[in-house]
Write a protein that binds this ligand. Structure first.
Ligand code: PMP
Length: 414
């Protein structure tokens, strides 16, 4: 059992008042809150360790480099990467996926090649592939979805062919919380010799990840969703692939040598890390990783599943509520998307905000999915290790207030 009350004490923002009420933070799928020790590591870096990395011929720079590279080693262990060089620091998941699209897809795809995604993907796992498709003449194919927003694995063969070059899917959907079967998807990708890329923005923060067990070629994630600072992302890549790929951005630090007209790229990982990175953010991210490791991803996932089950039960009591997502609980994480009959999701968000409850309303960067479902968007509550059943109770009370303000009737038989 996870002691979420003790955990809450580590997060200073959770003691804040919002609109005069205690903050009930239910938007961790967008970005998580940060524990005191991560905030301190960030400040401490600027207070007494700040120097540019890799090039300085002085102690402060060596120390900053050690800290920065230390995070890389910790990150590699955290997701089971075989070596630290296959961990590339980026700004976020979005940049990581763009790196694959620019450096791999745009250089390797030809007209008529196929990129397999789904209509449930976040824009970050769609638009870079659309851009690559436009440049190369490749086309997007979409994995069919079941009625409860899982990938329809029985129909995977319909979208795979000898033209499939890339299969890129989310670990977990930010819109409806489905956790996808990466093993199965990876096997499918390999069966047609395609690259298998995972958008792990909602994965590594909530679930144990072992990139070697998943056997993926790429895994992208964002530090800010896993207790770390904004402006730090990770791309894990299979070393051989990364070595074969062209650099993404050019400039300082990513070169081995530069002559008047040409350059030679540096070995991994520097080849993909042009310019001064977010050193303070990367350094503080190590502390976030330690925190998550200490609590344990299995425990976090179990806690979120219990909260989600409780939320789904309690939210059913709200008049006019419509809940999205699968009832196969082992295939969903701590995200609950919902609507209340006749109430726009933004109105739900505003009324809850008056009660100090932070949720998200809109298309959640999943416009194709919302269009497919004919939805104006949804309201979304998402849970993390610092949430407890009292947060669900506050949410349900707030939703009942929304229903009463809009005079939503309970449908007969409910
Ligand atoms: N993919 C998924 C599934 C996400 O939830 C998010 C963030 N909402 C992203 C990609 C993009 O993450 P970032 O904005 O940190 O690049």
């Amino acid at each position: 059992m996870l002691d979420y009350k003790k955990i809450r004490d580590d997060f200073p923002i959770l003691k804040e008042l919002m609109n005069g009420k205690p903050l009930v933070f239910l938007d961790s799928a967008a970005s998580s809150q940060k524990p005191q020790r991560v905030i301190e590591a960030f400040a401490d870096y600027y207070r007494c360790r700040n120097a540019n990395i890799h090039r300085g011929a002085y102690r402060l720079s060596y120390e900053a480099t050690d800290l920065y590279e230390g995070t890389r080693r910790k990150m590699a262990k955290f997701i089971g990467a075989p070596e630290p060089e296959s961990i590339i620091f980026t700004r976020n998941t979005t940049e990581s996926i763009n790196l694959i699209a620019y450096s791999y897809a745009m250089n390797n795809l030809r007209e008529g090649d196929e990129i397999v995604v789904s209509e449930l993907e976040h824009h970050s796992n769609l638009v870079p592939w659309m851009m690559a498709a436009k440049k190369t003449g490749a086309v997007l194919r979409h994995i069919p979805l079941t009625d409860d927003y899982r990938y329809d694995y029985s129909r995977l063969h319909e979208v795979l062919s000898d033209r499939t070059r890339i299969v890129s899917v989310a670990h977990m959907s930010n819109a409806v919380g489905t956790i996808h079967d990466l093993k199965r998807l990876g096997e499918a990708a390999r069966s047609v010799n395609a690259i298998f890329a995972v958008d792990g923005a909602q994965g590594a923060c909530h679930l144990p990840v072992d990139v070697q067990a998943i056997d993926c070629d790429f895994y992208s994630l964002s530090a800010h969703k896993m207790l770390g600072p904004t402006g730090v992302g990770v791309l894990y890549g299979r070393k051989k692939l990364l070595e074969e790929m062209e650099p993404f951005l050019g400039g300082g630090d990513m070169i081995l040598t530069v002559s008047k007209d040409d350059f030679k790229p540096a070995p991994l990982p520097n080849k993909f890390e042009a310019g001064t990175p977010n050193i303070a953010g990367v350094v503080a991210f190590a502390v976030a990783l330690e925190y998550l490791k200490q609590v344990g991803l299995e425990n976090i996932h179990e806690h979120e599943m219990a909260l989600t089950s409780y939320a789904l039960e309690e939210m059913k009591k709200v008049p006019g509520i419509r809940l999205f997502g699968t009832e196969h609980m082992q295939e969903r994480g701590g995200v609950v998307s919902f609507l209340i009959d006749g109430v726009h999701p933004h109105d739900i968000g505003s009324i809850l905000d008056e009660e100090g409850i932070a949720i998200r309303a809109g298309h959640h960067c999943c416009e194709p999915f919302m269009k497919r479902e004919g939805l104006p968007g949804t309201a979304r509550a998402s849970f993390y290790l610092y949430n407890g059943p009292e947060d669900v109770d506050a949410l349900v009370l707030g939703l009942k207030k929304v229903a009463s303000i809009f005079k939503v009737a309970t449908p007969a038989g409910v």
